[in-house]
Design a protein. Structure first.
Length: 554
């Protein structure tokens, strides 16, 4: 039997090496940009560029930063041209899953070594061998393939209706959040250990700068939950290759919808001997019972089938679809129908989720007690735009920004909140708005950001040292960058008061308060200013609030 002619898409090993190289470079770039997301801000660094090309992130950003919707269309366009190449070449989470599958064993081809060189598979007994040889990566849960369509439908409907809680499952947001709350603290701990270990040696050698260098150790309350999520995500590869991509990933489901009409697709010629090696090699189980058939929404164009074909019958090339229905077995056609129903069912679920969120007074009450970053848009729009990626948490100079935990409720989980007792908000830093990929936090000039009032400090006289013990304590006054703490004589003693017209709610006073446990001065959301557009300076001027931040703190 004469092999099919090769095309530019049908080279075996070179394309395999190319895919792994591109994957590794994309993942390294993603991690490098994450590591560089820190103060000071460098305008030339494209922070969050991966998130901006994510169509699901753009769906949330359409309410606050619609320009990213246009940028994300590039991903859709590439999918229409070449299929789900984003999943196989550019998704950093997909690369980590592939590495985990290789480690576990589900990422290896179980066919004989002679598959690559041609051998037994070239015989006419290929059909019998296909039936007798077990398929690697054959899905163990046929109906579970449609879960991702339920998730996608619920995510889209919920986001458009005003809640982006399910965007915690977006792969890019999920990986960024895991890097923020798990990998970053571990890296900081290692750096701190190294600095502490070499400190005495550096001091003996006269390297003063190194000897007295210290590394801050961030701690995030959602670290354990995100670590468990990552372990489960990678460990599910024990059940099948790319388990997350097959059954759960909403972004893969979205791109799969568009890849059904892609220009470049898997094509199988009449040279196929039905040996089944392509089916065993496919990590997404996108090859049908008949190896000549392809479930295009599941195919990620990884070319694993092409590299194991002994007769060069497979190619990935542009082709105009033929008229009439595609030659796909009935069991596969039924799957595609279920996918549509699953998506519509997910839409209904997302609408119900949004209605419950809006109508639940408890969730509204919890949100009203959370202090958002300076520049955050009004709360209803903020909850619709925030994708819980954690970039603002990663970039926070003082680590006062923390992802909200379960005490705030499941619908608010992962959204950024201030924990002023841990640290105050540095007024010379505006990076949280700069790195936000969706516009949930506005990208403000430094002067505007310093006037973005997040709340007002309130003194508890029953806990304050100066009020309860008649002792003079100046810590809150000395730490305030706005000179909002004033002292007045009461009963012959100087007592601290908060001038609300000067307080920006930065929380520096709460952080340094010497009272154990809850501080004697606490920032509340009273008086906060959150606007979607316009000038904070003008709004505060209308409210007769004058903020004069000190300029020499950094």
């Amino acid at each position: 039997m004469k092999p099919a002619p090769r095309t530019v898409f049908s080279t075996r090993s070179p394309h395999g090496r190319l895919r792994w190289t591109v994957q590794a470079v994309a993942c390294a770039t993603f991690v490098s940009l994450f590591a560089l997301t820190t103060y000071p801000y460098v305008r030339s660094i494209p922070y969050g560029v991966f998130q901006k090309f994510d169509p699901l992130t753009a769906l949330a950003a359409a309410r606050g930063a619609g320009v990213w919707l246009v940028i994300a269309l590039a991903t859709i366009l590439v999918t229409l041209l070449a299929g789900r190449v984003f999943c196989s070449y550019f998704c950093p989470l997909g690369f980590l899953i592939d590495l985990a599958d290789l480690t576990i064993g589900t990422g290896r081809t179980n066919g004989p070594a002679s598959d690559e060189q041609g051998g037994p598979a070239r015989s006419q007994g290929g059909e019998a061998e296909r039936k007798s040889t077990s398929r690697r990566g054959r899905e163990s849960f046929p109906k579970a393939r449609h879960i991702k369509y339920w998730v996608l439908g619920a995510l889209c409907a919920g986001t458009l209706a005003g809640t982006s809680a399910l965007l915690v499952l977006d792969p890019l947001s999920l990986l960024t959040r895991v890097l923020t709350v798990v990998a970053y603290p571990l890296w900081a701990a290692c750096a701190g250990f190294i600095v502490t270990t070499i400190g005495p040696l550096a001091e003996r050698l006269g390297w003063t700068a190194l000897a007295y260098t210290s590394a801050a150790q961030p701690v995030f309350q959602t670290a354990l939950a995100n670590l468990v999520m990552l372990v489960l995500l990678l460990g599910l590869g024990v059940l099948s290759a790319r388990f997350w991509c097959r059954y759960l990933c909403p972004l893969g489901a979205l791109l799969g919808i568009f890849s059904r009409r892609s220009l470049v697709k898997r094509r199988v010629t009449d040279a196929c001997i039905r040996c089944g090696r392509c089916a065993r090699a496919c990590p997404m189980d996108a090859v049908g019972e008949d190896p000549r058939a392809t479930i295009f929404p599941e195919c990620i164009a990884c070319e694993a089938c092409l590299r194991v074909c002994p007769v060069d019958a497979i190619a990935f090339r542009p082709s105009i679809p033929a008229a009439g229905p595609p030659a796909v077995p009935a069991w596969e056609a039924s799957k595609r129908g279920l996918s549509r129903r699953g998506f519509l069912g997910g839409v209904g679920l997302g609408v119900c989720l949004a209605v419950v969120t809006r109508a639940n007074p408890e969730s509204v009450g919890r949100a009203s007690r959370l202090i958002r970053p300076p520049g955050a848009i009004p709360e209803p729009e903020f909850l619709a735009a925030c994708v819980r990626c954690g970039l603002c948490v990663r970039s926070c100079l003082t680590h006062t920004l923390q992802p909200a935990g379960m005490e705030s409720g499941l619908l608010l989980w992962g959204t950024p909140v201030h924990v002023m007792r841990l640290a105050g908000c540095e007024q010379q830093c505006n990076l949280c708005g700069t790195v936000c990929p969706t516009g949930a936090i506005r990208d403000l000039p430094l002067r505007e950001r310093q006037h973005a009032k997040v709340g007002t400090a309130v003194i508890s006289q029953s806990r304050c040292v100066a009020w309860r013990r008649d002792q003079l304590c100046l810590l809150c006054d000395e730490s305030c960058p706005y000179n909002a703490i004033v002292f007045r004589t009461v009963d012959g003693h100087k007592r601290p008061f908060v001038d609300e017209s000067r307080c920006n709610g930065c929380g520096m006073c709460e952080h340094v308060c010497p009272v154990e446990g809850e501080a004697a001065i606490v920032v509340y959301r009273d008086g906060e200013v959150r606007i979607r557009e316009g000038s904070y300076v003008e709004v505060l001027r209308q409210r007769r609030i004058t903020l004069q931040p000190q300029q020499d703190r950094l």
